[in-house]
Design a protein. Structure first.
Lengths: 107, 120
């Protein structure tokens, strides 16, 4: 199975800050990497697919990059509604494993 | 509008059986996989497995294989997740999600989740 790690596990940031979350896979694959946002008590929501493609309806302050085994989610200017937990997921090979999540807290 | 509507919360005893449902609407049900995802209390997301509703072929995470069964009835656009004998450790929120079978396979649409509580 492909193991996914994320760093940091949590962070504190202020509205307007630039935030970067990193996801690393235990083996390399092309762009089969997706990012999800989950707010407390809600279902996850797809933000980014294929490492860098923005899902329809997602604000452009979210962006993704990377290939191989290292990927990044960036929020260019953090908004109040962005405080949530973010998960990466590889869909290169089954089982389609998720990272452990990164929680973004209000500073 | 694409929607996945899951069945309601369940409270069960250890050893009991259970079947959760996930009804898709607003799209061609047989054109997309349905994946199931577990979230234990206060924990992260775990991909359990998926099914192709077109041919009912299922693919399981080895961590869940043998303990759950994923099935689908395309005639009513509904996927299922079932257990033959629940354990207390099955207490969790369970989500179904529509998975695009072409390209990069993201989970693009999610159900609202079903909370399962297993307690004696």
């Amino acid at each position: 199975d492909i193991q996914m790690t994320q760093s940091p596990s949590s962070l504190s940031a202020s509205v307007g800050d630039r935030v970067t979350i990193t996801c690393r896979a235990s083996q390399s694959f092309s762009r089969f990497l997706n990012w999800y946002q989950q707010k407390s008590g809600k279902a996850p929501k797809l933000l980014i697919y294929a490492a860098s493609s923005l899902q329809s309806g997602v604000p452009s302050r979210f962006s993704g990059s990377g290939s191989g085994a290292d990927f990044t989610l960036t929020i260019s200017s953090l908004q109040p509604e962005d405080f949530a937990t973010y998960y990466c997921q590889q869909t290169y090979s089954s089982p389609f494993t998720f990272g452990p999540g990164t929680t973004v807290h209000i500073k | 509008e694409v929607q996945l509507v899951q069945s309601g919360a369940e409270v069960k005893k250890p050893g009991e059986s259970l079947r959760l449902s996930c009804k898709g609407s607003g799209y061609s049900f047989t054109s997309y996989w349905i994946s199931w995802v577990r979230q234990m209390p206060g924990k992260g997301l775990e991909w359990m497995g998926r099914i192709d509703p077109g041919d009912s072929r299922a693919d399981y995470n080895p961590s869940f294989q043998g303990h759950v069964t994923i099935s689908a009835d395309k005639s009513i656009s509904t996927a299922y997740l079932q257990w033959g004998g629940l354990k207390a450790s099955d207490t969790a929120m369970y989500y179904c999600a529509r998975q695009d079978p072409s390209g990069w396979f993201p989970l693009g649409y999610w159900g609202q989740g079903t909370l399962v509580t297993v307690s004696s």
